[in-house]
Design a binder for this molecule. Structure first.
Ligand code: ADP
Ligand code: MG
Length: 275
């Protein structure tokens, strides 16, 4: 099997083909088609309730599309055996932030399961991969701590370490920087890029999304309303129509990265009366 320097399987091509998810007569996702190239980092943006998590769940086999298909290197993920998919596709989903009655090390070790025979223990290679993931996410000192005692941000990093230990060429991340402080936000997104895997990342922070993603896809009410390079997608018109905010979009003078500044009108902090 091809290995990238991080030891992952080769980046996969992900095709979301005309996916609709209907629950209780309502379309949570409607006719979404996306092609993510091997190694590409695609940012998924959109307001709360837009359908980002639902779409990611169809990729990670936790929400079956009502119609349409999700293909990993041309194979329908919903028709492949679960273990085969788990060797090639890893996820950091929001709902996985639940509590486990396990140590941090054990949670990260769960990432090795798809690579092992049933009931097989961790061998030296598994232990090296687990330790590497713990180190990369800056949680190695927490290895023996009970997972449920951690802060929200620490749990998040442990769950990312678990996904890293899975060594997959394709990853879906649902708001991986949620709960993280600035240093760890930067570390995690740098990791997403360095990892070399194909990635679909739901992100609320549009400035981070613009800095780290090759393309952005904006969802609103379950539909794709914009798709393209960050500089093309992030316009004041889009931010106004999709997010209902007044914003300016500039390009950073040094990096050229687009950045969004929210305009607060007369109600910004500088205008509040001093106490
Ligand atoms: P996002 O991640 O963009 O905030 P979600 O995909 O979580 O949006 O949710 C999209 C919409 O679907 C929301 O209105 C949410 O309440 C609804 N929804 C999500 N999951 C279900 C479900 N299992 N049953 C019914 N409604 C759901
Ligand atoms: Mg969500």
């Amino acid at each position: 099997m091809t290995r990238t320097p991080e030891g992952t399987t080769a980046p996969g091509a992900l095709d979301i083909e005309d996916v609709t998810v209907t629950v209780g007569g309502r379309d949570l996702v409607h006719g979404v088609s996306l092609r993510v190239a091997p190694g590409e980092v695609l940012g998924l943006a959109g307001p709360n309730g837009a359908g980002k998590s639902t779409l990611l769940r169809t990729v990670y086999r936790t929400q079956r599309p009502t119609t349409g298909r999700v293909l990993l290197d041309g194979e329908d993920v919903w028709r492949l055996p679960g273990k085969q998919v788990a060797r090639r596709l890893a996820a950091v989903l929001q709902e996985s932030a639940g509590d486990f009655d396990l140590t941090v090390y054990d949670v990260v070790a769960m990432g090795r399961t798809p690579h092992k025979r049933a009931f097989a223990g961790d061998d030296a290679h598994d232990r090296a991969v687990i330790t590497h993931a713990l180190t990369r996410l800056d949680v190695v000192e927490l290895a023996d701590a009970p997972f449920q005692h951690l802060s929200g941000g620490e749990k998040q990093r442990v769950l990312i370490a678990r996904a890293l230990a899975q060594q997959c060429g394709t990853m879906v991340w649902d708001e991986p920087t949620n709960h993280l402080d600035l240093r760890h936000q930067l570390d995690v997104l740098t990791l997403v890029r360095r990892f070399g895997a194909t990635a679909v990342v739901a992100l609320h922070d549009l400035n981070l999304a613009a800095a780290f993603c090759d393309r952005l896809c904006v969802l609103a009410a379950g539909r794709v309303v914009a798709l393209g390079p960050p500089a093309e997608v992030l316009t004041p018109e889009l931010l106004s129509s999709v997010y209902r905010v007044d914003a300016e979009v500039g390009a950073h003078p040094r990096t050229g990265t687009p950045y969004v500044t929210l305009l607060t009108g007369d109600d910004g902090p500088a205008k509040l009366p001093r106490r």
